[in-house]
Design a protein around this ligand. Structure first.
Ligand code: ATP
Ligand code: MG
Length: 139
């Protein structure tokens, strides 16, 4: 299978808890190559743009608040089957349901504070990469 890229965000909960290194180690141990990496703080405008697909959902307001609550780390990853592969490594959205060994099982708290984000399709990756690495000058 051809190499593919995905966007991982290490969310504010995991940054605050001191888990950047642990998460990057898991990523590297699962054969992803890091292509880009930056630490930034999302402002409301960027968080709303990034999560525009969720606008109107019951968790949207809390999600935007959470994602603007502290610094995050944005990482572009490259691997065969990177999109599905990273979502498998991340585990279920709800950290309580995430399988043993997954990032959310190890470092997530609940279904909002779940340590990482992973793109869910090539189109999402293109959009999210644009928001974080092209249109955003947050730092
Ligand atoms: P992500 O997009 O962060 O990789 P995901 O694709 O597993 O996660 P989505 O359905 O895209 O989940 O939801 C985006 C984010 O919104 C979740 O990661 C989580 O932080 C938050 N979220 C989703 N569902 C809920 C919910 N029911 N209650 C609270 N927060 C939620
Ligand atoms: Mg998602």
């Amino acid at each position: 299978m051809a190499s593919e890229q995905t966007l991982c965000l290490i969310k504010p909960d995991a940054v605050k808890a001191g888990n950047i290194g642990h998460i990057i180690t898991l990523i590297e141990n699962n054969d992803f190559t890091i292509r880009k990496l930056k630490m930034l703080e999302m402002n409301r405008e960027i968080a709303e743009k990034f999560y525009s697909v969720h606008k109107g959902k019951h968790f949207y307001e809390n999600l935007v608040e959470f994602m603007t609550s502290g610094p995050i780390v944005a990482i572009v990853l490259d691997r065969d089957n990177a999109i599905a592969g990273f979502r498998e490594l991340a585990g279920s959205t709800d950290s309580w349901k995430a399988a043993e060994g997954t990032i959310r099982h190890l470092y997530g708290t609940d279904n909002q504070e779940n340590a990482v984000h992973g793109s869910d399709s090539p189109e999402s990756f293109e959009y999210e990469h644009g928001v974080i690495f092209e249109s955003c000058n947050c730092h």
